[in-house]
Design a protein around this ligand. Sequence first.
Ligand SMILES: Cc1cc2nc3c(=O)[nH]c(=O)nc-3n(C[C@H](O)[C@H](O)[C@H](O)COP(=O)(O)OP(=O)(O)OC[C@H]3O[C@@H](n4cnc5c(N)ncnc54)[C@H](O)[C@@H]3O)c2cc1C
Length: 380
Amino acid sequence: MESADVVIVGGGIMGCALAYQLAKRKVDVLLLERETLGSQSTGKCAGGVRQQFSTEANVRVQRLSVKLLEAFEEETGHPADFRQIGYLFVFTQPQQVEDFRHNMDMWHRVGLTEARWVDPAEAAKMVPVLNVEDVLGCTFCPTDGIASPADVTSGYAIAARRLGARLKEGVEVTGIDLAAGRVQGVRTSAGEIATRMVVNCAGAWAASIGRMVGLEIPVLPYRRHIAVTGTFPTVPRTTPMTVDFRTSLYFHPEGDGVLIGMSDRSEPPGFVTDVNWEFLEKMFEQAARRAPALAGAGVKTAWAGLYESTPDHQAILGPIGEVEGFWCAAGFSGHGFMQGPAAALLVSQLLLDHKSEIDIAPFAFERFARGALVTERNII
Ligand SMILES: Cc1cc2nc3c(=O)[nH]c(=O)nc-3n(C[C@H](O)[C@H](O)[C@H](O)COP(=O)(O)OP(=O)(O)OC[C@H]3O[C@@H](n4cnc5c(N)ncnc54)[C@H](O)[C@@H]3O)c2cc1C
């Protein structure tokens, strides 16, 4: 029977980054992906990388991710296409300004000193298509930006394989065997594998992997849309990622066009990823209000993918006390591409060194049982 020291379930950004970090530390690792690497949420994502979160833990993790992405090519030999064009959060409600004043204090305290306030006039200079009529203020962080989900995921995957990790596509994990409360192996569509350690990196499907060991992991799938316009020189490639915080509408330059996204906050959870064109019309109405010039941009392509949301919009990282040898790195709640690089390093450190360079206790699964939830509020 095939065996591995660690089996990773899921080959999105999280699984591939973790395979790399473990292989780098000489762990015998086997990653199983039922589709193809990076084809699910990771392949559908907008590529945004920001540090402007509301919880300190997320800001610290994100600062590490930014450092890892800056050094990605040197580290893995592959480009990340990380372009630090900045993120501009746009506020139109007094409460948002108040909340982000607190955020700004915290950001500066934890070292994100480059983040700053931008007034409407400056915002209009930075993003000339922006309608600032009702804008009260904005926050801007110049070290935020966008990276390529395909490049980062495949870069980690190739580097992991080079270091000896086995990454298999088209293999579905169908069950996990336990004995005396600890992991003994996994059952798959391609046979059984003996292992004493499984890491659940199954993204929006993390709950189904949890059920294999009798656990309820609170991750729910939510459909999220993106549209990309044709060539649109009015939004040059240096334009920051711009977020209208009230509506969740965001846009950033994508190739020679513009990528536009928005969350349908009224849609219930579900695994459907067909494009809802009626919702896209609403998204374009909002886009035309916030950036009127975008009304004239034709849609070149559109798609939908899944957010993988937890009740507090924070990831679940680390061991799950109830089952020995079962760990989780999932539930990133729509910010997993940007958190994957840091999360993988921190989880590998916790596993191998019993402590990580940033404390990931705030992301522990046990917080749900304790009812100690600290909600991440800066979600899009
Ligand atoms: C429209 C949209 C825009 C987004 N924009 C951003 C953004 O700008 N920035 C950002 O950071 N994040 C963004 N996200 C969120 C981001 O895409 C996710 O948080 C991230 O990709 C999660 O990575 P993952 O590896 O955990 O999950 P995934 O990429 O979904 O990988 C999980 C994998 O597990 C596999 N799997 C599931 N069950 C099994 C099984 N039984 N056996 C084997 N394999 C299995 C799946 O096939 C899948 O490939 C966006 C998401 C969407 C949908």
